[in-house]
Design a protein around this ligand. Structure first.
Ligand SMILES: Cc1ncc(COP(=O)(O)O)c(C=O)c1O
Length: 480
């Protein structure tokens, strides 16, 4: 009998696979008798024990029946088509959580997702990096990989990183926290998911700013929260528009409202804190890009004014370094440490110790802040180039909401409704330029077309060329 052994692993396993292949190919059909073990061992130059082990395995898996001595016979059915392919089976959602996941988050249409093959992209979420950062980070990672103990990391995060974060927060964000208050998380995304679990029961209400970071809304909705987006004015979240029944959680971006760019005024901050204390509600402060301000010192975080312990402060390394790192930090309100640690433990036991150790060292030896200074200068230059090119090429066809901070701006198309805006995006793609609508960042999208324009990942020259393509598309469609 001819069998084809693949040379991978122990001989009995190879023979088992080869006999199955012969069955699938129809060379050993249903009811057919397998050769006697002694005979097959002789033919193949194998020991009889190897053949016996393979037959035993086939019997255990139900491919053959019968006993040693009385013959082994192929059992039906063994055709490959008959074996179910898990990928082909689409089950209905198996839980309320899965049902909400399908309803509220469509993985295929994430806002800001890059279109492949574009020459230019005003993508948001791709940060500024440079060769100096890549080299320094590779060195830190290599060192950390060599010295980090291989056991499970502390759930709360490496003490060295929590200390470095506290030092950074005190100096740059005005937040006074002890390492015991800090939880290292896998980015803002995990911070939000843990917060939802720690603070909200299914059906409880949460307020977001309108517009807002879409992933935040989706995490809350999938958790089962009742989410309401509340308008923002020039001072930040409008407290007079909060629902009559106070929400359990209010999520804000006070340093640089996402995506409109508004900075929450001091008066509004104090009012929000007073509201939270009065109504026993929690505030989630998402300080996603607070380190990049171009006109003045960064504003102190809302958490620095919090006297009653209502603010969950969250920072991320996705903007200051890069999002593939998946590291961020959460300053837990007093009294909630136990619940946050439980939630983090359930999720993943703790974040990767090697990346944490590398980052702790990068922060302690000054590399992180050197990078922030370099990134700040580059972003200032890129933002200036974008503003100048938009004003030169498109003038009053656009209204640009400039916040003098961060890595994006919002451009409203004065003469376009959302449908015309979408047509413009498609036309720009034809010319190799990726543009992103502002609409997905709203619960109730506005009647005017707007674009979220990220500028961190393009050089000044690329920004200028991309704006030329943008302006051509605008003129061709009569929008400028
Ligand atoms: C408002 C806002 N928060 C947070 C983040 C970062 O999320 P993460 O830390 O999960 O990467 C982003 C990134 O795009 C953002 O725009």
């Amino acid at each position: 009998m001819h069998v084809n052994m693949d040379g991978q692993g122990p001989l009995h396993a190879q023979l088992t696979r080869a006999l199955k292949a012969a069955m699938f190919a129809g060379r050993l059909g249903e009811g057919g008798r397998l050769p006697a073990t002694r005979q097959l061992a002789r033919e193949l130059g194998l020991s009889r024990n190897t053949v016996l082990a393979a037959y035993e395995q086939l019997r255990a898996e139900g491919f053959v029946r019968g006993q040693v001595g009385s013959g082994s016979f192929v059992t039906p059915p063994v055709k490959p088509e008959a074996l179910p392919s898990p990928a082909q089976v689409e089950h209905p959602p198996q839980s309320a959580f899965a049902r909400r996941g399908r309803r509220f988050h469509d993985h295929a249409t994430m806002p800001g997702r890059a279109t492949p093959g574009m020459r230019y992209a005003f993508s948001y979420g791709v940060p500024y990096t440079n060769p100096a950062l890549t080299t320094a980070w590779a060195r830190e990672l290599g060192r950390a990989a060599a010295y980090t103990p291989p056991n499970y990391p502390m759930t709360q995060g490496l003490p060295a990183l929590r200390e470095a974060v506290c030092d950074y927060l005190a100096r740059r964000r005005g937040v006074r926290a002890a390492p015991a208050d800090v939880l290292i998380v896998a980015g803002t995304q995990q911070a939000m998911a843990l917060t939802a679990r720690v603070l909200l029961d299914v059906g409880e209400s949460a307020v977001l700013e309108e517009p807002h970071y879409t992933a935040m809304r989706e995490v809350l909705q999938i958790h089962g929260a009742q989410v309401e987006a509340v308008e923002v004015d020039a001072h930040g979240l409008r407290l007079d528009r909060l629902p009559a029944a106070p929400p359990k959680l209010v999520c804000v971006t006070p340093s640089h409202q996402f995506p409109s760019g508004v900075v929450m005024s001091l008066e509004r901050r104090l009012e929000l804190l007073a509201y939270a204390s009065r109504h026993d509600c929690w505030i989630f402060e998402d300080d996603y890009d607070g380190e990049f301000r171009y006109d003045a010192q960064p504003l102190a975080a809302l958490r620095s004014l919090d006297r009653d312990g209502r603010v969950v402060y969250v920072g991320t390394f996705s903007k200051a370094l890069f999002p593939s790192l998946r590291l961020g930090y959460l300053v837990m309100p007093p009294g909630l440490q136990r619940d946050y640690l439980n939630a983090k433990w359930q999720d993943d036991f703790g974040s990767s110790a090697i990346e944490q150790a590398a980052l702790a060292n990068f922060m302690a030896d000054g590399g992180f802040e050197r990078h922030l200074r370099r990134a700040g200068r580059a972003l200032l230059e890129r933002r200036g180039a974008l503003l100048a090119a938009l004003s030169r090429e498109l003038g009053d066809a656009l209204h640009v909401a400039d916040s003098r901070a961060g890595m994006h701006l919002v451009a409203w198309l004065r003469r376009a409704d959302p449908e015309q805006g979408n047509a413009l995006i498609l036309a720009a793609r034809e010319k190799g330029l990726d543009l992103y609508s502002i609409a997905p960042y709203y619960q109730r999208p506005p009647p005017q077309a707007g674009l979220l324009m990220g500028f961190a990942s393009m050089s000044v020259a690329e920004i200028e060329q991309a704006v030329q393509v943008f302006a051509t598309c605008m003129r061709e469609r009569g929008l400028a």
